[in-house]
Design a protein around this ligand. Structure first.
Ligand code: BT5
Length: 251
């Protein structure tokens, strides 16, 4: 794996045949002072995590699961919520390179044919009372067999190979996503970054329901702001909704 990824400017790659969660591993590394660019990759996750304690299913041999450490600057910390869009954008662009037409489901999922092919989990690394890192975890369903049983899922799922109709080399896809992550990371504070993310958003302009811990609201998905927050219009009123504990579905 290291040899195949050696062309990338990555400080360190740790490959684990099996682990609980690459995000937990990368968090521990980050807490121990690992620099930006360290990547943890696993073939099998025993306890892959989504947001809010939800699970993420990783099937050995067919899924991609990895986490990368970022050390944001002070200015970037002001817009920390853009790291999850960064992951989604990098995966979307890598899938476009294969000839696919992905969409991003706000804030952190990548869809193919309106089915979930990838989930992104951005976690903040705290040092005492201040933030000194972000761990970005990415899970992609690559080959058939990686898609969990539909009764386990809140949203329909698919994998890259069934959408493409031919085999996909997991390592090439991993390399491509990492390359796009590194490239787009440099532009995370630019307008172009938001634009590129926004133009791939599914359901933009459509009626959606947003599920928050304190209840649901339905409205038109009007826009996203410079933090990547969702702007929902409900009867002439605008609501700004931050990611984190929110689920979005079309009406
Ligand atoms: C996510 O959470 O989609 C973020 C998933 C991040 C996974 C990566 S893998 C590497 C790193 N290490 C980790 O432990 N995590 C990261 P969320 O939006 O909360 O979606 C979770 C929901 O997606 C679950 O409740 C299921 O309904 C569904 N799901 C689980 N596994 C799936 C899969 N393989 N494909 C499609 N949907 C899945």
């Amino acid at each position: 794996i290291r040899a195949r990824l050696s062309a990338l400017p990555i400080s360190e790659i740790q490959y684990l045949p099996e682990t609980y969660s690459t995000n937990d591993d990368a968090m521990a590394w980050a807490q121990a002072g690992a620099p930006e660019g360290v990547v943890v990759i696993a073939d099998k996750q025993l306890k892959g995590r989504g947001r809010l304690g939800r699970m993420w299913v990783t099937q050995p041999g067919t899924s991609l699961a990895f986490s990368m450490i970022f050390r944001p600057t002070l200015e970037e910390i002001e817009k920390l919520s853009l790291f999850s869009p960064l992951g989604a954008l990098a995966v979307a662009v890598a899938l476009e390179d294969l000839g696919l037409s992905p969409e991003i489901k706000w804030p952190n999922d990548v869809l193919l044919s309106r089915k979930k092919v990838c989930g992104v989990l951005a976690e903040t690394v705290w040092m005492g009372s201040h933030i000194n890192g972000v761990v970005l975890g990415i899970g992609i369903n690559v080959a058939t067999g990686s898609v969990p049983d539909s009764n386990m899922l809140l949203f329909p799922a698919t994998c890259v190979e069934s959408e493409l109709g031919k085999p996909v080399d997991r390592l090439s896809l991993l390399e491509s996503v990492l390359r796009h992550l590194i490239e787009w990371r440099k532009q995370i504070r630019t307008e172009r970054f938001i634009e590129e993310w926004k133009k791939r958003l599914a359901f933009l302009g459509e009626k959606v329901t947003v599920q928050k811990p304190d209840g649901e609201i339905t409205g038109r998905f009007q826009d996203v702001d410079e933090h990547g927050a969702l702007v929902l219009s409900v009867e002439e009123q605008y609501h700004t909704i931050f990611a984190g504990d929110v689920k979005l579905r079309p009406l």
